[in-house]
Design a protein around this ligand. Structure first.
Ligand SMILES: CC(C)(COP(=O)(O)OP(=O)(O)OC[C@H]1O[C@@H](n2cnc3c(N)ncnc32)[C@H](O)[C@@H]1OP(=O)(O)O)[C@@H](O)C(=O)NCCC(=O)NCCS
Length: 180
């Protein structure tokens, strides 16, 4: 398991699926804001890639996020779009509603950076998030990500086009402890 100061990132366990499906994925509005693909129902036992883990997929690594104290499941995290030629990847994370606003998101970003830069030897990590997602923007910036641009009207979310912010962090800029 990869550990931060408050959370751990471990493999996705069978018992995580119903919780993630019910508390994250089945919230259509939240799901549509956090995933650029169109929402559709995913049945229990489905192999839909939104929830399952494909061990053959070299381009993404999915984690379940747990509290270090007690091991309770608090969300999911992913390193996706892993490009071993250009040595970059994208970060994604979603916490269960009751676990937001406690500093876990900032810690998850720190652990994903450790995984991307140290374990995988990547040189550049990237995050795309809706421009009104203050918590995600702050969690990224706390870890040293800088805003590199605005993707205007790039996301169709529940009836409207919204802007996304593109944030990037290079290995040489990264400091393992999130900064104020
Ligand atoms: C986005 C998300 C991962 C952030 O994680 P979090 O644990 O809630 O955030 P943190 O507690 O680490 O807070 C990070 C910063 O955002 C601020 N913040 C937290 N929740 C906030 C909110 N609802 N509104 C405004 N600011 C907020 C915190 O005060 C903190 O700011 P600081 O660094 O200046 O102290 C989490 O809220 C989440 O899962 N949201 C739903 C899914 C989602 O949007 N995922 C991202 C898709 S790209």
């Amino acid at each position: 398991m990869l550990t931060g100061s408050t959370v751990g990132l471990r493999a996705r366990h069978e018992e995580d699926f119903p919780v993630l499906r019910a508390e994250l994925y089945n919230d259509v509005v939240r799901s549509s804001r956090a995933d650029s693909r169109p929402w559709r129902p995913v049945a229990p036992g489905s192999t839909d890639s939104r929830l399952t883990v494909d061990d053959e997929d070299e381009e993404s690594v999915k984690f379940s996020v747990v509290e270090l104290a007690g091991g309770t499941l608090v969300g999911s995290a992913v390193l996706w779009g892993i490009d071993n030629h250009n040595r970059g990847a994208h970060l994604g994370l979603s916490l269960l509603p009751a676990s937001r606003g406690k500093g876990y998101g900032t810690d998850v970003v720190a652990v994903l950076c450790h995984y991307g830069f140290v374990v995988r030897g990547l040189r550049r990590l990237q995050i795309e998030t809706l421009s009104d997602n203050t918590a995600m923007l702050r969690a990224a910036e706390r870890n040293g990500f800088v805003r590199e641009g605005v993707l205007r009207s790039s996301a169709w979310v529940m009836g409207e086009f919204l802007d996304e912010v593109l944030l990037g962090l290079l290995a040489r800029e990264w400091r393992p402890d999130p900064k104020a």
